[in-house]
Write a protein that binds this ligand. Structure first.
Ligand code: NAD
Length: 291
């Protein structure tokens, strides 16, 4: 039986962060503020429904206000933009999350652009995307969660080789910027990258966000590397059972220093960071009022 890599437990780190957010929410109550998160769900995509249910439950668990807006799949762009405008102006809403994907008739970029950047707890608004490259702003939840996991085990990032597999706007690119900000030497790769196994093998930190089950094999991983597996893929195994797996062949990664499991790694961090961003947005609102 192959040796397993030590597990970097996202559930434990997320529980710790969630407890700190709950304490922050209690502290904000003393100032008469209850952080409010508005979640907008358009249509009935089953995966989106599960994500939204989880986000709403966690929001309430830490004592925040959860405001849900469920709209039919046939909703047009103007109706959605009017709703975004209303929650932008609602003083009880500190964070706004529009669950993606949106139905085809809606221009998702236009909707994200319409969210007040100060309430953009997903960190997808162009203002926050721009701020990320110069420091500051609301940071997208999954990349922020990846960095918090790395912070558990790495105290000095300077000069480390970091390789990011995947260049999406929501994971790959922002995580690469955050690693660069810590003075790693960062290589960003994607589906057309040539010689990916050799590039991956140079990584002290390997972040994998490709959405390709088992893409990263054991011989892509440098001994002693820290591997963050962002991928969430549902597969059906030989016994016909469906289960979630990551982008890393975990059973071949025993020589890694640390590996995040799937499930139970980056996933729980994403929700905890959403709560943390909402509390930060509420605190920033309070500071603006006081100024
Ligand atoms: P995406 O489809 O937008 O981007 C995937 C990226 O990976 C692209 O840049 C593509 O070029 C690259 N890629 C795909 N196949 C590749 C291959 N064979 N070799 C090299 N590069 C390859 O996906 P995304 O939204 O960034 O999500 C990536 C994965 O992370 C998915 O499995 C998704 O479910 C998961 N995810 C998890 C969380 C979480 O909370 N844990 C959050 C967001 C996304």
């Amino acid at each position: 039986m192959a040796r397993a890599a030590p597990i970097l437990d996202g559930r434990a780190v997320a529980a710790d962060l969630t407890a700190r957010v709950a304490a922050d929410v209690a502290d904000l109550a003393a100032w008469g503020v209850t952080p409010g998160l508005a979640v907008v769900l358009v249509g009935e995509d089953p995966a989106s429904q599960v994500y939204v249910r989880r986000k709403v439950a966690e929001t309430r668990r830490v004592g925040m206000r959860s405001i849900e807006h469920r709209l039919p799949a046939s909703t047009d762009q103007d109706t959605l933009l009017r709703l975004v405008d209303a929650v932008n102006r609602d003083p009880e809403v500190h964070g706004i999350l529009v669950q993606l994907p949106l139905p085809a008739q809606i221009d998702a970029a236009a909707v994200l652009d319409a969210i007040d950047p100060r309430k953009d707890v997903d960190g997808f608004h162009p203002v926050n995307v721009g701020r990320l490259s110069i420091g500051g702003g609301l940071i997208p939840c999954t990349p922020l969660g990846c960095m918090m996991l790395l912070d558990q085990i790495i105290s000095d990032f300077r000069g480390l080789n970091a390789v990011v597999i995947g260049k999406s706007n929501i994971v790959g690119k922002p995580v690469a910027l955050l690693l660069l900000d810590r003075e790693c030497t960062v290589t960003v790769t994607h589906i057309l990258t040539r010689g990916l196994p050799e590039i991956a093998r140079r990584a002290d930190i390997l972040v994998v966000a490709a959405g390709s089950p088992g893409l990263v094999r054991g011989d892509w991983i440098k001994p002693g590397a820290v591997v963050i597996d962002v991928g969430i893929n549902r597969i059906t195994d030989a016994n016909g059972k469906s289960r979630l797996v990551g982008d890393v062949a975990a059973d071949e990664a025993g020589h890694a220093a640390w590996l995040t499991p799937v499930p139970g790694g980056v996933g729980p961090m994403t929700i905890a960071c959403l709560l943390s961003n909402t509390a930060s947005a509420a605190r920033a609102g309070l500071r603006r009022q006081a100024a």
